[in-house]
Ligand binder design. Structure first.
Ligand code: BG6
Ligand code: MG
Length: 215
């Protein structure tokens, strides 16, 4: 097999928490009277909490201190975590679970590579605690995507070189991070129409065929 490990982004790939991120940022932006829409939201995909806030505040006339920004990010995270409380294993799309199980049966090691500091809580709510062979997330990195750190750590946790791993992403920043780290990438959603994405997918269920063909 060409690949030994497959590294999945979480928000927007494994589950639809990208919608909750949007709703929480929108609520915060409305509170402080800053314009925010889905196009700006697309720029936040894969980007850390504080870096996302900086992007949102580009539309603000007020200059915020570091302490104020930390409070705003904390407020957003509280709204986001409340939204996450609604999640149950029923929010894990069946095609995602079936794809992951098929890839495991094909002999691949599976990892998470997410900028989110809420990764473990989300995996627990989806019934996926303990499912992945390695988890690299916002708690073990200092630089968020498009820096490759989160994927390099995921590959190291699996014990594989980047060239032996495929990164699965929905964000352009994640595809850039994969390329910067020497990984091949497969993209869905926004990332499926990005020119740097190696395997452009309609759905995550395309993956088993793509990786099986790379013998
Ligand atoms: C990424 C999301 O997975 O995690 C970003 O795509 C988000 O939108 C980032 O900002 C950080 O998430 P969290 O849960 O640590 O605020
Ligand atoms: Mg994502």
């Amino acid at each position: 097999m060409r690949y030994k490990g497959i590294i999945f982004d979480l928000d927007g790939v494994i589950c639809h928490t990208d919608q909750y991120h949007y709703q929480a940022w929108k609520a915060l932006a409305d509170q402080i009277g800053v314009y925010f829409d889905e196009n700006i939201n697309d720029r936040l995909r894969g980007v850390s909490r504080m870096a996302s806030l900086d992007i949102i505040l580009e539309k603000s006339e007020k200059i915020y201190t570091q302490e104020e920004k930390e409070n705003l990010a904390a407020t957003k995270n509280e709204i986001y975590k409340k939204l996450l409380q609604q999640m149950t294993p029923a929010d894990l799309p069946s095609e995602v679970k079936e794809t992951l199980d098929t890839l495991h049966e094909q002999g691949f090691q599976l990892a998470i590579g997410s900028s989110s500091r809420n990764t473990r809580m989300i995996l627990e709510r989806l019934g996926l605690a303990g499912y992945f062979d390695a988890i690299s997330d916002g708690t073990n990195i200092t630089r968020s995507k498009p820096d490759p750190e989160v994927f390099l750590k995921a590959a190291a946790f699996l014990g594989f070189d980047p060239k032996d791993c495929l990164v699965v992403e929905d964000a352009e920043s994640g595809i850039d991070a994969a390329a910067a780290g020497g990984f091949d990438s497969a993209g869905i959603g926004t990332a499926a129409s990005y020119q740097k994405t190696k395997w452009k997918m309609n759905a995550i269920s395309d993956l088993p065929q793509i990786v099986a063909a790379q013998a």
